[in-house]
Design a binder for this molecule. Structure first.
Ligand code: ADP
Length: 256
């Protein structure tokens, strides 16, 4: 499968945009952005222990596009949640940009996440009560940017994703493809170093899927590191590398 780059939107992500990267000592281009060593995750309930991740070791270089595949229940979302600092491992180490983030507390993880990691979910996860503009603005509000800078950045990213004419609409007034475009705008508006995408085309038809993959490829071309969970071989073919998970373990790496 030949990789295609988008010709429909101009360059992403935004240039010259700060973030909370000051707390993340990133290495030079080509270094490891993510380094997981024997990562484990167990979900304990009274009745049963579920080993979602048994022993996962994985390096993701800065600027790499990695697809994670595997059957339902094999641990893909758990792995993505840990990479995204939404959850903590039970064992092993997670180095992000050279910093050990395995045991950070909630506040530290939230602080590091803001401006560093952008998320794109299958179900878009937009806030229904907020307009397109307000949804995209939200990460910048969390980062504490002044109103004028927020406006400039939000309008710039909406323009680039051809969504500025929809800025006053609410998510329910948009198609699935448009909602995912807004979700991507929200993910990139803070110019994150890392985009984590969990089945980003899972709810989209082929036309909208292509558009979303074009956008992710474009971000990748511009240096953003992307880790994407997908069930689609076609979507995975755009990545540099496919990591296959099975029963909480990596069973195969395929360079593309
Ligand atoms: P995938 O994304 O590949 O479908 P998940 O990471 O969602 O897999 O789940 C891996 C395993 O961990 C599954 O057996 C799932 O039932 C279990 N699991 C995930 N989250 C929880 C949780 N919060 N509590 C208990 N078990 C969980």
């Amino acid at each position: 499968m030949e990789k295609q780059a988008s010709t429909t939107t101009s360059s992403l992500p935004l240039k010259g945009v700060g973030g909370s990267l000051s707390s993340l000592p990133l290495k030079g281009v080509g270094g490891s952005l993510i380094s997981l060593q024997t990562l484990k995750k167990v979900f304990r309930t009274k009745e049963i222990d579920t080993w979602a991740l048994r022993e996962v070791s994985l390096e993701v270089k800065e600027g790499e596009f990695v697809a994670i595949m595997g059957p339902s229940g094999c641990g893909k979302s758990t792995l993505l949640n840990i990479m995204g600092l939404l959850d903590v491992p039970t064992g092993g180490t997670y180095m992000l940009g050279g910093k050990d983030v395995s045991q950070l507390n909630d506040t530290e993880r939230t602080k590091l996440r803001r401006g560093t990691i952008g998320f794109v979910f299958q179900s878009f996860n937009l806030i229904d009560e907020l307009s397109v503009y307000e949804n995209v603005e939200l990460p910048l509000l969390y980062m504490g940017l002044p109103a004028r800078e927020r406006k400039e950045r939000v309008m710039q990213v909406l323009d680039r994703l051809a969504m500025s004419h929809r800025r006053k609409h609410f998510p329910a007034q948009l198609s699935g493809g448009q909602q995912q475009r807004v979700a991507i705008a929200r993910a990139v508006v803070s110019n994150p170093k890392l985009i984590l995408a969990d089945e980003p085309t899972g709810n989209l038809d082929s036309t909208n899927s292509k558009e979303v993959m074009d956008l992710l490829c474009q971000m990748h071309e511009q240096g953003t590191t992307i880790v994407m969970v997908t069930h689609s071989q076609h979507d995975a073919s755009f990545a540099d590398r496919i990591v296959e998970l099975y029963d909480g373990q990596i069973v195969q790496h395929a360079e593309l």
